[in-house]
Design a protein around this ligand. Structure first.
Ligand SMILES: Cc1cc2nc3c(=O)[nH]c(=O)nc-3n(C[C@H](O)[C@H](O)[C@H](O)COP(=O)(O)O)c2cc1C
Length: 193
């Protein structure tokens, strides 16, 4: 279970989402046509990803970074800012990443950091974005009340022409629990679009 400590800007990491102690989520089958790829530092996006995985019976793959972000919020912001300013994105651990040929819909789950997808998701798109051509791709994100920033532009920049970028979904993290049905509606629309 994801631990829900106080949310919002400053949501602390429970240390498990960055997998200091536990194993990253790998829910992979040979038949699913939807893959959820997500990163979560402090558990909010992970709870959305779990909901999506169960609701759509999708495959799910959690991104983790070689050097986990600190559980201290301020220290994480400082590190994320340094990475962004230097365009020196974090190294991902990509064990068991599936062959994307199996999937026609890829859902990308991530927090919003500095009004853009969190650094590990950007690194994922830099490494794997060229494999998303001709697929349907949609982002879902959690934020501290400031929306999804330039998420749609980043997806467009880091995927090839021909990628179908669907409308995204972003939720203020303090409203996660009472917006489950909105998220499910978005998931249904996204799957059927
Ligand atoms: C480094 C960092 C930067 C953040 N920047 C923003 C921001 O620009 N806008 C915003 O609304 N929330 C921002 N947040 C808050 C997170 O997006 C929000 O708490 C999110 O739900 C965390 O998701 P997670 O628990 O899956 O890691 C930031 C959080 C961190 C750690």
């Amino acid at each position: 279970m994801t631990k829900h400590l106080p949310k919002g800007q400053g949501a602390p990491s429970d240390g498990r989402d960055t997998n200091r102690d536990g194993q990253p989520i790998r829910h992979l089958t040979e038949t699913a046509k939807t893959l959820i790829v997500y990163f979560s530092r402090s558990g909010n996006t992970e709870s959305q990803a779990q909901l999506a995985q169960q609701f759509l019976r999708a495959d799910s793959y959690e991104l983790t970074v070689a050097q986990p972000y600190p559980s201290d919020y301020r220290a994480s912001v400082d590190r994320a800012t340094r990475e962004r300013e230097a365009q020196d994105w974090p190294e991902l651990c990509m064990t068991d990443f599936p062959n994307l040929n199996q999937y026609n819909l890829i859902l990308l789950g991530h927090p919003i950091w500095a009004m853009t997808p969190a650094n590990p998701m950007r690194q994922f798109l830099i490494q794997f974005g060229d494999q998303l051509g001709h697929k349907r791709v949609a982002s879902f994100s959690t934020n501290a009340g400031y929306g999804s920033g330039d998420t749609q532009q980043v997806l467009a920049q880091l995927t090839p022409a021909g990628t179908v970028i669907l409308p995204n979904y972003s939720v203020h993290d303090v409203h996660l629990e009472q917006t489950t049905s909105d998220f499910q509606r978005w998931l249904t629309q996204t799957k059927e679009s």
